[in-house]
Design a protein around this ligand. Structure first.
Ligand SMILES: Nc1ncnc2c1ncn2[C@@H]1O[C@H](COP(=O)(O)OP(=O)(O)OP(=O)(O)O)[C@@H](O)[C@H]1O
Ligand SMILES: Nc1ncnc2c1ncn2[C@@H]1O[C@H](COP(=O)(O)OP(=O)(O)OP(=O)(O)O)[C@@H](O)[C@H]1O
Lengths: 217, 217
């Protein structure tokens, strides 16, 4: 159970704070908008109204007590998120995660001390685009630069066939590491397992190999 | 290769559009802000400046030509996103994906015709909270309500041990479906494989089982 602080509790910062509370951590929130503070006051350990770019107010917050601080300030003020990140670095906070509005903004945040930069709109926009492009693609998890793990709806043409008869690994270059059905998930499924068109296959392979299967009828 | 339209090209909508273009689809963007249109005009097939809540302007866009329309309008106007979603439904667009600002907003969007609702700030906030809570947890992919697939850094205490000696499935209730090392990804690793502390394990199990491993030293 660790202590976190979130500076800037707009919608993104608020959900980071609430998610951390749900996992049993103690969370302090800082925001200069009293409405944002009021919305969270009952749900977090401390909710403090302050302008985090005001150096004196910032020092009084004692944010150096925290192992990790998330800066959730967004489009309203790139300047504020940069200044707060720099102050946190100066304060010696071990891990600083800052929200970026653009690639350039992200570069600046890293330059002034962010250990990690997140861009929620960008990441979700790209995820949605990837999901739409491959209708069979239920979800995906990149393993490294060349290898992708993906959940793919069983192609219609594979219905009733066994994994061994399909020779998936040789013909398609992917491994089927798990199978999801209504009655649960089976890992390392038997080669003699007959697939059903409502199965979801968990496969590992190159992006192209996965894409080929995702676009089978 | 399919045709998509994005109504509301703020940061989220813009990345959906650009992601779809990158995957080889044709994309039309509609926004009433000329700056948003100018920023995308060179990168998409069509970028049209219009107020999508104006019924006459909306009809002229012929959005019924598209199999899927994404409504990226956000906090600036919940009202506009609701009205545009309703107009798209009326127009008979087969798949409508709308951005929600809150749970209530999402319920309203579904009621007026959205097939799917996305909330980028919420989803990324919750993902970040989950990732922070379990430092060994590199990434995760929920398979169903009880089952989680997760990438977990190898616990230090497992260094040098083999999968069979650790008896991972019996003692921890997870299957190790793949192993990631610098030299690549191995699926269905051998039981005699000796783990290294810089390995990343891809495991499948219940949320609790995965969490237990994620919190081993
Ligand atoms: N100097 C500051 N000190 C403290 N809080 C700040 C400061 N500047 C902005 N904030 C707060 O940061 C929060 C999020 O910032 P902003 O409104 O820029 O993001 P947003 O893009 O609208 O956020 P979201 O998409 O998360 O709702 C707001 O609640 C705002 O009050
Ligand atoms: N009636 C409308 N017709 C067309 N476009 C609209 C309309 N209302 C808003 N938009 C556009 O939708 C886009 C995104 O909306 P908004 O600014 O509400 O979202 P945001 O939360 O700031 O977005 P993001 O986080 O994606 O940057 C803006 O570019 C805006 O011009």
């Amino acid at each position: 159970q660790r202590e976190y602080a979130v500076v800037g509790a707009g919608r993104f910062g608020k959900f980071v704070a609430l998610g951390l509370v749900r996992q049993g951590h103690s969370v302090m929130v800082v925001d200069n908008d009293p409405m944002a503070i009021e919305a969270l006051a009952g749900d977090v350990d401390a909710a403090i109204r302050a302008d985090a770019t005001d150096e004196r107010a910032f020092r009084e917050l004692r944010l150096d007590r925290f192992g990790c601080v998330i800066v959730g300030i967004g489009a309203e003020s790139m300047q504020a998120s940069i200044l707060v990140t720099a102050l946190l670095k100066q304060q010696g906070v071990p891990r600083i995660i800052s929200r970026a509005i653009s690639t350039l903004h992200g570069r600046v945040l890293r330059a002034v001390g962010a250990d990690e930069v997140v861009n929620p709109e960008r990441e979700m926009g790209e995820r949605l685009a990837a999901r739409l492009s491959q209708p069979n693609l239920v979800d995906q998890l990149p393993l490294d630069d060349d290898t992708l793990l993906a959940e793919i709806g069983c192609p219609e043409v594979w219905h009733g066939k066994t994994l061994v008869s399909l020779d998936v690994r040789k013909r398609f270059g992917v491994s089927v590491v798990a199978l999801r059905r209504n009655d649960g998930v089976t890992t390392n499924p038997e080669p003699s397992e007959a697939l059903r068109s409502d199965d979801v296959l968990v496969v590992v392979g190159t992006k192209d190999a996965v894409r080929r299967i995702g676009s089978l009828a």
